[in-house]
Structures are given as C-alpha cells and as structure tokens.
Design a protein around this ligand. Structure first.
Ligand SMILES: Cc1cc2nc3c(=O)[nH]c(=O)nc-3n(C[C@H](O)[C@H](O)[C@H](O)COP(=O)(O)OP(=O)(O)OC[C@H]3O[C@@H](n4cnc5c(N)ncnc54)[C@H](O)[C@@H]3O)c2cc1C
Length: 388
C-alpha cells in the first residue's frame, strides 16, 4: 500500500548536533520541521568546545540550561610548540579577558550535548522526528521529495543536509567535492588529574599533530591527541594505567598525576571541501559541508554558524526560495574556505620538518604573541565569523 506523504516547511536530514540545532532554530522561526534519521550516540571520550557565539545560540534555544553542571568554561588557551623545531617559540597564551569576555566558551562531552539537544527537540511541538534514514531525494523548482528507508515520503520547501561527511543528501543533489586523508588519527579520552586546570586548555604542537587538554568540571579534562594511526592502535591497546602514564608524559605532567576517567576512541583524520554549499531546494550544513582536523575547536562551531546563516536566509513563506539559497551560498563561501584552509595549513606545517615551514610557523606564533591588535583579532575570529 502506498504511504501517505507528509508536508513540511523544512526537512533536516541527520539528527547529529548540527541537524538538531538547525531543527530547533528553524522551529523557533515558526517553520514546521521534519528531523530525519536515527540518532546514534556513542561514548568515546569526545568533548566539544563550544565558543561564545555557539553557546549564546544554544542558550537562546534553551539547550545550555539542560547541561546544568556538565560544561566547564575555557578562560585561557595556551599553545606550546613541542616540535623540537629550531624556531621554537615560548608558550603563547590567549586570555578571554583580553577581548572583554569571562571565557572563550564551554567544553562538554559530545554525548551529553547530543542528549540535551534531542531532549529539547522532543519538547518542541513544531518538530516531527523520523527515525529512518534517507534513501532518496529529488528536488524540482517548487519542492523537494524525500524517501525514507521505511517507505515514508516527506515533501519540504527546503532540505538541510546535516548528514555528516558521507552525506547522502550531497550525493543525491550531485554536489561534488574533494576529500583527503591525513597520516593521523585522533585519540580521545577523559582524564582526572591531581592539579587544578584553572580553566586553561593547552595545545601541545608535536610532529604528529597537536595533543590538547581541555577542561571539564572539577579536576577532569578531555584529551585529543593526534598521532600516527599505528601509534593510535598501540595507545588504544594499553591498559588505563599505561595510557594515563603516556598522556602524562606527552603533556609534561602539567596537570600532575593522571588517571583515565572515561571511555576512549580513535578517529582517522581527514578533510572535505565541497564545490558548492547549495543546490535547488537544498543546503549543506555541518560536516556534510566541511571536515577538518580538530585543531582550535573549529568544526562544530563552524557548523553552528552554517545553521545561523541558513536560518537568516530562510524567509516566510518559502524558506527554500532561490534568493535565500543564493544568500546562504555567499555567506558560507568565505567563512568555510578560510577556516578549512587555515586548519589544513597549520596541521600540515606540524607534519612537515622543512626548515622554511617551521620558520613560518614560528614567525606566525611570534607575531601573535607580540602584536596586541593581531592577537585580539585572531581571538575574536575564533568566536565569530566576522570578529564582531
Ligand atoms: C576528536 C574530535 C574532537 C572535536 N572537537 C571539537 C571541538 O572542540 N569543537 C568543535 O567545534 N568541533 C569539534 N570537533 C568537530 C565536531 O565533532 C563535528 O564538527 C561535529 O560533530 C559534526 O556534527 P554534524 O552534526 O555535522 O555531523 P555528525 O555528528 O556526523 O552527524 C550526522 C548525522 O547524520 C546521520 N545520518 C547519516 N546518514 C544519514 C542518512 N542517510 N539519513 C539520515 N541520517 C543520516 C548520522 O546518523 C548522524 O546522526 C571535533 C571532532 C573530532 C573528531
């Protein structure tokens, strides 16, 4: 028997963090929203540092209020050149108060954030949840038609593809792109430590990529350690005591004696750059539109700026009208490409042991350290697209 077709203003494919925020934000604008796809949240020691602009957006959507005491502020970010380079600089520190803030943002376990987002989605009557995956998408000038794996059919004026790096939406509308791999994997875990972190996140830049400690509430921090895939497999096989000792050595015991205090995960590192961010009736958001390594806490923050730009471009009575999608395309082009390029360049400069590359990186950090307006500009760029 043919299934009935349900109509919405906006269909969002992918209930990950970016898709869930997009659903809440579109519902707040008065649109009827379908949020499509199974929610699979795995505890793997991953946390996400949400910068000030992202945190404010989540507060407006009633999400941060659901995180109670599970997020920790990031008041200082410290970069330590641990590459052994000839042009090594002393540690560079960025303090939130230099740009008039109490903190740059907040760090929270990714599964905790996802649970809070899906709770908020469940409480929003304008959002209908569909648990099955997208299997097919067709769009014409007036409407998009989505077929789900259980046979249900949805029609919407705008489709937001928030279905991650292997986006079925992107493939269905024929948006090409370039993806690449790095000879790296990110080991993630959570540690408890004998010394207080004092709300400081420290990024040690090493020859295999950064190893970063990020504060969590109490004497706990998350670790994102970029290593070769072989080293990642070796670390994953260690028992908790041996892994804690390895992290303590890598982080020069700045947090004192460590214990592993959570699950762990290993994520292969890659990048993705798309040729366009939109197609008729369709926009790509989050990792469907851009992927890069976790350096400087950029990925989800950029995804939430995609959401803000799409909500801005979506107008009653037709949120998927061509002029709105053209505005979305313009707004994403420079923000996404600048950040993807900057993170890629920094990551590759760490992997390279060519002297001129080392010199350029050392010079960049020196300039950041010593030129006050440049420091403030870069710090603000970490928070908002325009540095406002
Ligand atoms: C180690 C690590 C640390 C990070 N730290 C930070 C940080 O501190 N700050 C930061 O801003 N970013 C960080 N990031 C990046 C951040 O985690 C990602 O940008 C973010 O999780 C991407 O969210 P998303 O919703 O776009 O994609 P995903 O989380 O991949 O969600 C995609 C969703 O789509 C669903 N889906 C897939 N296919 C279909 C289909 N056919 N139909 C329906 N649904 C489908 C999936 O089930 C999933 O729910 C980090 C990343 C890593 C790897």
């Amino acid at each position: 028997m043919p299934r009935t077709t349900t109509r919405f203003d906006v269909a969002i494919v992918g209930p990950g963090p970016v898709g869930a925020v997009a659903a809440l934000a579109m519902a707040k604008q008065g649109f009827r929203v379908a949020l499509i796809g199974p929610s699979i949240a795995r505890r793997d020691g991953r946390t996400v540092a949400l910068m000030d602009g992202s945190w404010r957006l989540l507060t407006e959507l009633g999400v941060t209020q659901r995180l109670s005491d599970e997020a920790a502020p990031l008041a200082t970010m410290r970069l330590v050149d641990d590459t052994g380079s000839l042009f090594r600089r002393p540690p560079t520190e960025f303090k939130a108060h230099e740009i008039g803030l109490d903190q740059f943002g907040w760090n929270v376990e990714t599964v905790t954030l996802s649970a809070a987002l899906l709770d908020a989605v469940g409480d929003e009557p304008a959002i209908a949840r569909f648990d099955h995956s997208l299997s097919d998408l067709r769009a014409d000038a007036d409407m998009a038609r989505l077929n789900l794996a259980d046979g249900s059919v949805i029609e919407a004026k705008l489709v937001a593809g928030a279905d991650g790096r292997r986006s079925a939406v992107r493939a269905a509308v024929g948006i090409g792109g370039k993806d690449w791999q790095y000879p790296q994997a990110a080991l993630t875990t959570i540690i408890s430590h004998s010394r207080a972190h004092r709300d400081v996140s420290t990024e040690f830049h090493t020859r295999s990529g950064p190893c970063t400690t990020v504060p969590l509430p109490g004497r706990r921090s998350s670790i994102v350690w970029m290593v070769t895939p072989e080293e990642g497999a070796r670390l994953m096989a260690l028992d908790d005591a041996a892994l804690a000792a390895a992290v303590e050595e890598r982080t020069h015991s700045i947090l004192g004696a460590l214990q592993v205090d959570g699950p762990r995960g290993l994520v292969p590192m890659g990048g993705l750059s798309v040729e366009r961010f939109s197609a008729p009736r369709t926009a790509l958001i989050g990792e469907a539109a851009h992927v890069f390594p976790p350096i400087g806490a950029q990925g989800l923050n950029l995804g939430l700026r995609d959401v803000a730009a799409l909500v801005d471009a979506a107008r009653e009575p037709d949120p998927g009208a061509p002029e709105g999608l053209a505005a979305y395309e313009r707004s994403r082009a420079s923000d996404v490409r600048t950040r993807t390029g900057a993170v890629d360049a920094l990551n590759r400069s760490l992997l390279s042991d060519l002297l001129p590359v080392d010199f350029a990186r050392g010079l960049g950090l020196l300039a950041l350290d010593s030129i006050a307006p440049l420091r403030r500009f870069v710090m603000r760029q970490g928070l908002t697209p325009s540095g406002r």
